[in-house]
Write a protein that binds this ligand. Sequence first.
Ligand SMILES: Cc1cc2nc3c(=O)[nH]c(=O)nc-3n(C[C@H](O)[C@H](O)[C@H](O)COP(=O)(O)O)c2cc1C
Length: 179
Amino acid sequence: MKREPIAPDELELCVIRDFGGRWMLLTAGENAPGRFNTMTVSWGALGVIWNKPLALVVVRPSRYTFEFMERADSFTLCAFPGEYRDALTLCGTKSGRTFDKVRAAGLTPIPSTAVAAPGFDEAELILECRKMYSDDLRPDRFLLPEIEANYNGHDYHRMYFGDILAVHGISQYRTNAIH
Ligand SMILES: Cc1cc2nc3c(=O)[nH]c(=O)nc-3n(C[C@H](O)[C@H](O)[C@H](O)COP(=O)(O)O)c2cc1C
């Protein structure tokens, strides 16, 4: 996939559609076999905090990826063309603990430019993020009763704030708006 560097403030993306609806792969670890893991995510946010561009992801402790997120100081978020929907379903239903899902999904890990966590050559968008904060979602702070229904196993997410250090994407992700 031919991607080009995009400044974070030029990134054109609808988070609710492109993250929540089209899903992304969250990857942490190092670019060597068995030293990273990836999983599908559809909950998260992009924004700004501490004057830095922010990618926020939430990961349940039961995920194998959680172990990599805890050990590593970086992660990537990758978005894919529509034909990779089955690959994303696979990465969101199988655990890397027992299964080489990257290979099964037909994905090719590639080095990132600014962080240790790899991206994937098939991605149309790659966000390279440095971890800058993490904390656990606390049920005693839930303000809507329906939220608890997401946690039958009391497997409350840990959230990670990533400082977006680099973005590479196909040209459709670069804004052409004139402000
Ligand atoms: C569409 C979709 C979105 C998902 N979003 C998240 C998420 O935001 N956070 C999370 O912890 N798990 C999420 N999951 C579940 C993980 O991707 C899934 O449990 C995966 O198999 C974990 O793999 P691992 O054990 O190799 O880390 C999602 C799954 C799917 C199919």
